[in-house]
Structures are given as structure tokens and as C-alpha cells.
Design a protein around this ligand. Structure first.
Ligand SMILES: *[C@@H]1O[C@H](CO)[C@@H](O)[C@H](O)[C@H]1NC(C)=O
Ligand SMILES: *[C@@H]1O[C@H](CO)[C@@H](O)[C@H](O)[C@H]1NC(C)=O
Ligand SMILES: *[C@@H]1O[C@H](CO)[C@@H](O)[C@H](O)[C@H]1NC(C)=O
Length: 356
């Protein structure tokens, strides 16, 4: 007999829940039962439940401490998506994990190095430990999955070059979320984890130390709004990571120059779809290119649902999280940005990346 789809709850009622979680889960509604949506206030919980009811007619509305306890005590709910302000997510995730829930927490994995350390040591004390996944989605984008395979074609790395010119301005719905303005590192940390995860996925080798200059030019954005960093990899390869939070002409590009060729991944559009173009430039001057529309969020949600279903079928704690989803991967992305921000605060002094 086929196992029943897992029952899950969502904590949070912000833009990303409304615009992304609900529509993406609706597309795969055969793979889950959305039991409840929770928010701190009744009003915001009701707002989002109204949208979700179109796809999940039985979803329940929960709010406040009472509603949260009802979710925690409901043994039928085995997984919870934590989609809250960046500063409160780790505390909430740990509380749920302690009560035996599997957690899919939105990025960033934590808001600081200190919080990462507490999170990792606390989580390692749970036995059995439920699954703790961090949703960053780039490790599930087909462009990065395929790009990683093509790395074998370019030979030894000479240089890595990541240029991110973002489009975060007052027209962007996420601009007005106050927690992002109050987060140490601002949008560099909040958005930067995506770009670092893409970079780490492609090169497949850890970044050990960085130097960086940071600046704050656009006063409508939280500081810093620009970072220019040099990165050094564990095996001696090196490169640059440049990120501008808001540009009039956005560009999002990873480029890796090797002895035998160059690999490039760039955000773009094709046939009305947003996604990434992967180009392989070869030694003979020819190139090959592929376009992959975005599908990382859906792939990531499917993986989490499948992981928790398998975990629920096992009587012991021998289940595992797909490594690309693990809290540690998310922690490593934050640790690199925190090292860059620290170097920026120290006028570009070299900083070792904290290992997780
Ligand atoms: C470092 O590792 C990458 C990825 O495995 C490899 O392509 C590159 O050639 C290595 N660089 C050195 C200097 O060994
Ligand atoms: C924000 O950026 C987008 C994309 O570059 C642009 O179309 C829009 O006009 C900008 N809005 C403001 C208020 O600058
Ligand atoms: C790939 O090669 C073709 C044919 O030589 C050329 O027209 C095209 O501009 C190249 N693509 C890129 C991304 O450089």
C-alpha cells in the first residue's frame, strides 16, 4: 500500500508564502496535505489561509501561541515550513525540532556566526534528530546541477568571477519588509546566500578565506549595499565575488575560467520564461549553450517532502536529509558572507571563513 502523503504546516504569512509557497505547493498538491497555516496574528493568518483554501480546502487557520502549540501537539503534522523574519527563524526551528517536527526553514540559515554556532551545537544534541533543511533553492536549479557536471570540461580552474548587480529597490515587494532592513548585513546577507550557494555548488571546493571592501552608497538601502571581495579556495584556486544590491541594469553572472575552457551561468529570459543560460566556451573557440527555466523552489519542496515521507516510514533514525538541503550547507553560505562582512569592517583585512 502506498504511504499517505505527509501532513505539513506553514509558519508565516508574508509575501514569499503568498507568492511562492502556496502556488508551488498547489502544483504538487498530490505530494502533501497542507494541514495548517500559522501567523502571529489572526488577521494575517486569515489573509493567507483565504488564498490557500482555493487549492487546499481543508487547511486550518492558526495564530498566536495557542495556535502554535496546537500545531506542535498534532502528531499527524510531521513537517513544518518556517518562513518568518530572518532574526526569529532559528529559535522557531529549534523549538519545533525539539518537539520532533521535521523543519524546512527559509534562508538565511541564521542571522550571524554566533547564532549559527548555537544552532549547530543545539541541533547536534537532539537524538534522534529530525530533519533540518534550509531552503535556498539554488542547489536545486537545473542550471547549477547541469553546470556542475560541465565543470569537468574546463580543466583546472584559473579564476572564478561572480558578478551580481541586483534590482532591490522600492518597487520590489521585498524592499519594504522591515526585518531585512534590520538584519546585520542587510540585503547582502539575505540575497547573497543564494549567489554563494550557486558558486559553491559549481566549484565543489570550499572557500577558506576572503578579503572584502564594503560600502554604503544608496541610503535608501540598509548598509552595506555593495561588497567587492576576493575569495581563496581550500585547494589554492581563487577569484572575486562582487555584489551590488541595487543596479539600474541588473546582471547575475558566474564565470569560471579553466585551462581548457570557460563555464558561464547567467540569469536571463527565453521564450517569456525566467531562468539561466549556461554557456561552455571550449578551447577550439566554439561554444555550447543551454537555457534552464527556474524550477529550484519546486524541486527543493519535492525533495523535502520525499525526505520526510521516507523518514516517517523508518522506525529508527537511519533516515537522511538530501545533502543539498542540509542546515550545514546553508550555514556554510552564511559563514562566507559573514567573513566578507567582517573583512569589510576591518578595511579589507583577510578573514578565515568559520568552518561548519
Ligand atoms: C581546485 O578544485 C577545483 C574543483 O575541484 C579544480 O577544478 C581546480 O583545478 C583545483 N585547483 C587547484 C589549484 O588544485
Ligand atoms: C527598480 O528596478 C527595476 C529593475 O531594474 C526598474 O524597472 C524600476 O524602475 C526600479 N524602480 C525604482 C523606484 O527605481
Ligand atoms: C557562441 O558561438 C556563436 C557562433 O560562433 C556566436 O554567435 C555566439 O555569440 C557565441 N555565444 C556566446 C555566448 O558568446
Amino acid at each position: 500500500m502506498a504511504a499517505q502523503p505527509p501532513q505539513i504546516a506553514i509558519l508565516g504569512a508574508g509575501i514569499f508564502v503568498r507568492n511562492t509557497y502556496i502556488p508551488r505547493l498547489a502544483e504538487i498538491s498530490n505530494l502533501l496535505v497542507l494541514r495548517a497555516i500559522w501567523s502571529r496574528t489572526e488577521e494575517s493568518a486569515r489573509g493567507v489561509v483565504e488564498i490557500a483554501k482555493r487549492f487546499f480546502p481543508d487547511v486550518e487557520c492558526k495564530w498566536g501561541e495557542t495556535g502554535l502549540n496546537e500545531i506542535i501537539q498534532d502528531a499527524a503534522i510531521i513537517g513544518v515550513a518556517v518562513v518568518l523574519a530572518g532574526q526569529t527563524q532559528v529559535d522557531m526551528s529549534l523549538r519545533l525540532l525539539k518537539c520532533g517536527k521535521h523543519v524546512l526553514q527559509e534562508k538565511p540559515a541564521a542571522a550571524s556566526i554566533a547564532e549559527l554556532e548555537t544552532a549547530v551545537s543545539c541541533y547536534s544534541s537532539f537524538n534522534p534528530a529530525p530533519i533540518w533543511a534550509v531552503a535556498e533553492n539554488y542547489r536545486f536549479e537545473p542550471a547549477f546541477v547541469e553546470g556542475k557536471k560541465l565543470m569537468a570540461e574546463i580543466g583546472d580552474i584559473i579564476n572564478i568571477h561572480v558578478i551580481i548587480e541586483g534590482s532591490m529597490n522600492s518597487s520590489n515587494p521585498y524592499y519594504s519588509t522591515s526585518w531585512r532592513h534590520n538584519l546585520g548585513g542587510g540585503f547582502i546577507l539575505d540575497m547573497g546566500v543564494h549567489f554563494i550557494s550557486g558558486l559553491r555548488m559549481l566549484v565543489g571546493c570550499e572557500i577558506t578565506s576572503v578579503t572584502a571592501i564594503t560600502s554604503h552608497v544608496d541610503s535608501t538601502l540598509p548598509p552595506p549595499d555593495h561588497i567587492s571581495s576576493t575569495i581563496k579556495l581550500e585547494n589554492g584556486s581563487s577569484g572575486v565575488f562582487v555584489m551590488v544590491v541595487s543596479s539600474r541594469s541588473p546582471k547575475v553572472l558566474w564565470r569560471i575560467v579553466g585551462l581548457k575552457g570557460t563555464l558561464q551561468v547567467e540569469r536571463g529570459n527565453k521564450d517569456g520564461k525566467h531562468g539561466y543560460t549556461v554557456v561552455l566556451f571550449m578551447a577550439d573557440g566554439q561554444n555550447k549553450s543551454w537555457f534552464y527555466p527556474f524550477s529550484g523552489v519546486t524541486e527543493e519542496l519535492k525533495t523535502f517532502l520525499s525526505d520526510i515521507s521516507l523518514a516517517a516510514q523508518k522506525k529508527d533514525s537511519s533516515y537522511q536529509v538530501e545533502p543539498r538541503l542540509s542546515f550545514l550547507e546553508g550555514a556554510r553560505d552564511v559563514a562566507i558572507l559573514e567573513a566578507m562582512l567582517e573583512s569589510g569592517n576591518k578595511q579589507g583585512a583577510p578573514v578565515q571563513v568559520k568552518r561548519f
